[in-house]
Design a protein around this ligand. Structure first.
Ligand code: FMN
Length: 346
């Protein structure tokens, strides 16, 4: 089955959900252009989720995707928090931040019954997950209105597990991809592989549409993914400079600069491995630091550093999420980019 048939869309292009850098505006623009727009919901309260879904309902009558994280929240660990803050202390001093004012808390909530209740009011056509799947009763709730369910896999084992749970399609998230890795069955980063290798193996092993993601940023990349047997693509980084995205001015500036040629996986900003442009914090602490607490608990201690630095026009402490291929980042309307991405297909 083609992805267009599965998702009832014209073009085999999913705009990747990207928490923190976009909301309903980007999703509406892409869905109206014939792709599948996505709303990232990992950082939305139930009220904010409802408000965004109302905007999408007013903005398009086409299918769209809502995306949730479904990690298991870690137990609070005061010692780990204290060790993490101790490592960051020189930066608090430099930026005149009083560490006793640092809020605790996760910042990202996994999919839950409250979010499901909001979704039931809107019955979105597609729901995608990152970090596996929610509990079976929650997943059944999503299935109740016939939503198609997608989730990211970073290994063949994850893809086979998702297939066994009855998902409708699997997103093959290669190592090139920007943002958080959807890895969920292991913590062993040596298992992670590039989009070419992963897509090909998933296509061979699954009876489901495989959606290639990671490093795809132009029409030739889309064509190549389809030649590998992908039913469609999920593209994130290339949309970051679109006017409909809410990417910060600092993030946009970095993406348009030569600095964007160097990305790395880092656990400094949330605790989980994610790809972003290498910046000062990543250089000085190492992109992967053993003292960073479990996902998503690293975020709270970084937040005031990020805010203070950004107020001075600096991205030294910001997560500058981006994939390895930032060549496709262009300040063009999302509809134009969506059509361009699909332009080499018959
Ligand atoms: C800024 C940014 C934020 C992201 N946030 C999410 C998210 O909230 N949920 C999700 O499933 N994937 C997220 N991703 C990962 C994408 O789904 C996708 O795997 C990735 O963008 C594909 O690689 P590319 O960026 O090279 O196109 C994010 C990616 C980026 C670049």
């Amino acid at each position: 089955m083609t992805m267009q048939q599965l998702l009832n869309i014209e073009l085999p292009v999913i705009q990747a959900p990207m928490a923190g850098v976009q909301g309903s505006d980007l999703a509406i623009a892409v869905s109206n252009a014939g792709g599948l727009g996505s709303l990232p919901c990992a950082m939305l309260s139930p009220d904010a989720l409802r408000a965004e879904l109302e905007k999408i309902r007013r903005g398009t009558d086409r299918p769209f995707n809502v995306n949730f994280f479904c990690h298991t929240p870690p137990e609070p660990d005061p010692q780990a928090d204290a060790d993490w803050q101790a490592l960051l202390r020189p930066y608090y001093t430099e930026l005149a931040i009083d560490p006793s004012t640092i809020a605790s808390g996760a910042g990202r909530t996994p999919f839950n019954a409250e979010a499901l209740e909001v979704l039931k009011e809107f019955e979105p056509a597609v729901v995608s997950f990152h970090f596996g799947l929610p509990a079976p009763e929650l997943l059944d709730g999503v299935r109740s209105w016939g939503a198609k369910i997608l989730s990211s896999a970073t290994t063949l084992e994850e893809a086979l597990w998702l297939q066994s749970q009855g998902v409708d399609g699997v997103i093959a998230q290669g190592l090139e991809a920007g943002g958080h890795r959807g890895i969920f069955l292991t913590r062993d980063m040596t298992t992670q592989m590039g989009t070419f290798a992963l897509t090909r193996q998933l296509v061979a092993a699954l009876n489901l549409p495989v959606i290639a993601a990671g490093g795809i940023a132009d029409a030739a990349g889309v064509q190549a993914a389809m030649a590998l047997g992908a039913a469609g693509v999920q593209v994130g980084t290339a949309y970051l400079l679109c006017p409909e995205a809410s990417t910060s001015a600092i993030h946009r500036e970095v993406l348009a600069s030569e600095a964007a040629r160097h990305t790395a996986l880092t656990n400094l900003f949330s605790g989980g491995p994610a790809r972003g442009v290498v910046n000062r914090l990543m250089r000085e602490l190492g992109p992967v630091n053993a003292l960073s607490p479990a996902f998503p608990l690293a975020t709270a201690a970084i937040a005031p550093l990020r805010a203070a630095a950004e107020a001075q026009g600096s991205g030294d402490f910001s997560p500058l999420w981006a994939g390895q291929n930032t060549r496709g980042c262009k300040p063009v309307a999302a509809a134009q980019l969506t059509r361009e991405l699909a332009s080499a297909l018959d």
